[in-house]
Design a protein around this ligand. Structure first.
Ligand code: SF4
Length: 344
């Protein structure tokens, strides 16, 4: 069965680069990391620049070309732009907004490993992302303390080996797919040698941000593992799903992955019923099932994205009038200390 998948992946889903097309690594290193260039490239008035510089000081701007191309020119209200442009509001310090809203620091039994929920653990497989989302709940995460080398992974792997109640390993980050494929293939090999592990879950935004990331090298290790594979993408707006993303999703599915999506409910990005309904429809067209709609985690610097719970509930109630049940994401909040996410 696995052999068939490998053949299918290599025969029908080959994704090699022509000489003039930059590799995903080149696209990543060429990402826009200067607020001034971002404003210039998108034709934004200079009025936005001062705020962008302030936000950038707090959390670096990072927008790859493949994502930039999906943003409308000279439209400060573009829903994709709102997710990536630093703003002066990020310097505000409203009550209740903190650096570690999910209190992850209390759940790290080994370097690079977070164990919060029964049966599954989260591995910080890469400290890097391909894009910096302004609302990210890990925008202050101490990645430098949690980026294990191969030798240092042993502690986390020993922890997994010794706890037979753990059936699922979740690769997270940063973005786990920002790591190179040699490193990921090695880590997945280590994981699949642990008999009680059944599932590999990958939380990633890279196939959306730089669809060329889903290349033959990635599909090779993904298709060949014995673990069941779930890829949880992170898409907040239908405009993020262009043809290249659809094609990348098709390749992931051919490699045997189940595709789910989690979104964050964000003010001025997706906080209306039509936008959310269109997102669910477009996700399904791309072979992805809506999974979670998170309300914002109260991370310092992101308060301007907040949608109050009462409004979130109302939106989701209205959404039911538009969508079949299987396209309804579950509205949840993550509350530190709870055994699972809390439905709202
Ligand atoms: S890709 Fe994910 S982890 Fe990275 S900044 Fe965006 S939301 Fe945060």
């Amino acid at each position: 069965m696995q052999e068939n998948i490998i053949i299918a992946a290599s025969e029908t889903q080959s994704h090699r680069h022509s000489m003039d097309q930059p590799t995903w690594q080149q696209q990543l290193s060429n990402a826009i990391r200067d607020p001034q260039i971002l404003c210039e490239r998108l034709g934004l008035s200079r009025d936005w620049l001062a705020g962008a510089q302030i936000g950038h000081e707090l959390f670096d701007v990072c927008v790859p070309e493949a994502y930039l191309n999906r943003i409308a020119y000279a439209d400060i209200n573009d829903p994709l732009l709102r997710q990536v442009i630093p703003l002066g509001e990020e310097a505000l310090t409203p009550h209740g907004y903190v650096d570690d809203p999910l209190e992850e620091a209390q759940h790290r039994p080994a370097k690079g490993l977070i164990h919060k929920y029964a049966g599954r653990v989260l591995l910080i497989a890469s400290p890097n992302c391909a894009i910096n989302c302004r609302y990210c709940f890990r925008r202050h995460f101490p990645y430098s303390d949690n980026s294990p080398s191969r030798a240092q992974w042993q502690e986390a792997l020993d922890y997994l080996r010794s706890d037979t109640t753990i059936h699922e390993a979740i690769l997270s980050g940063g973005d786990p797919l920002a790591a190179n494929d040699r490193q990921l293939a090695w880590l997945v090999e280590q994981l699949e040698s642990i008999p009680h592990l059944k599932r590999l879950r990958i939380h990633t935004r890279l196939p959306v941000v730089i669809p060329d990331r889903v290349d033959d090298a990635l599909l090779g290790w993904l298709a060949s593992t014995r673990l069941q594979k779930v890829v949880v993408l992170h898409i907040n707006h239908a405009n993020e799903i262009d043809q290249a993303v659809v094609d990348a999703c098709a390749r992931l599915k051919q490699a045997g992955a189940t595709l789910l999506n989690q979104s964050v409910l964000l003010r001025d990005v997706n906080d209306d019923v039509t936008t959310l309904a269109t997102l669910s429809e477009r996700l399904f067209e791309a072979g992805i099932l809506p999974y979670y709609l998170h309300v914002l985690d109260p991370v310092q610097g992101a308060a301007h994205f907040d949608v109050p719970d009462s409004e979130a509930r109302e939106l989701v109630a209205q959404l039911r009038d538009y969508l079949p049940g299987f396209l309804m994401p579950r509205l949840v909040r993550e509350i530190p200390g709870r055994e699972s996410k809390t439905p709202l």
